[in-house]
Design a protein. Structure first.
Length: 208
């Protein structure tokens, strides 16, 4: 069993996220190329980048920008034909599990470091047989103000697609459409929740 050092104290939620990332990426590695360690190599490279900028402003934002840049412009720096698939899996997993920690780069770095170690554990153990508790989804309230990424704008219908906490929301924004950037981070407000599980149903742009 892995235990944390005094300099790497992890909360239960952080451990669960590290396990979730490792579990997800191990399954992706098996699906893409079971005999390779390419996804672990790419994860370590991305983690090293975060380590190199950890004391800079907006390190978390820059890390996510780095992951997206590798996907769109990293074709000169690939090690095999599977590298783009590995990078896509890593970007997707980080967006799903770490976006809430974007303002806390030190915690992100800690989680990613342990996720890399746990991947080796999952390669030995049967992925399907290992059980862990995923972190509970945050309970949102109507009126909550959240960070969101604009991923698409459509003039027809004044629709904007937001990425919030790893989920996409396609919303009509007729009043504020011209104020919303084509891409980038903005603030949105939760305007309705799903009655079944309390997850976000709709959001709207908030003027700054």
């Amino acid at each position: 069993m892995i235990t944390e050092t005094n300099t790497e104290v992890m909360t239960d939620e952080e451990w669960a996220i590290a396990h979730a990332i490792a579990h997800t990426l191990t399954k992706d590695q098996i699906r893409i190329e079971s005999t390779s360690d390419g996804i672990l190599t790419e994860l370590k490279t991305s983690t090293s980048y975060l380590q190199s900028i950890i004391n800079q402003d907006n390190a978390g934002d820059r890390f996510f920008t780095y992951l997206k840049t590798l996907l769109t412009k990293g074709e000169k720096f690939i090690h095999s034909e599977q590298t783009p698939h590995y990078r896509h899996s890593i970007e997707k997993a980080c967006r799903k599990y770490l976006q809430e920690y974007q303002v806390d780069a030190q915690t992100m770095l800690k989680i990613l470091g342990w996720a890399s170690r746990l991947i080796r554990y999952y390669k030995v153990e049967s992925v399907a047989e290992v059980l862990f508790t995923l972190p509970k989804k945050r309970h949102f309230q109507i009126g909550d103000i959240l960070e969101a990424e604009v991923t698409k704008k459509n003039n027809k219908g004044s629709k904007v697609t937001y990425q919030v906490k790893g989920e996409s929301y396609n919303e009509k924004e007729p009043k504020n459409f011209d104020l919303i950037p084509e891409q980038g981070m903005v603030k949105v407000q939760v305007v309705s929740l799903n009655p079944d599980d309390g997850s976000i149903n709709h959001v709207k742009f908030v003027k700054q």
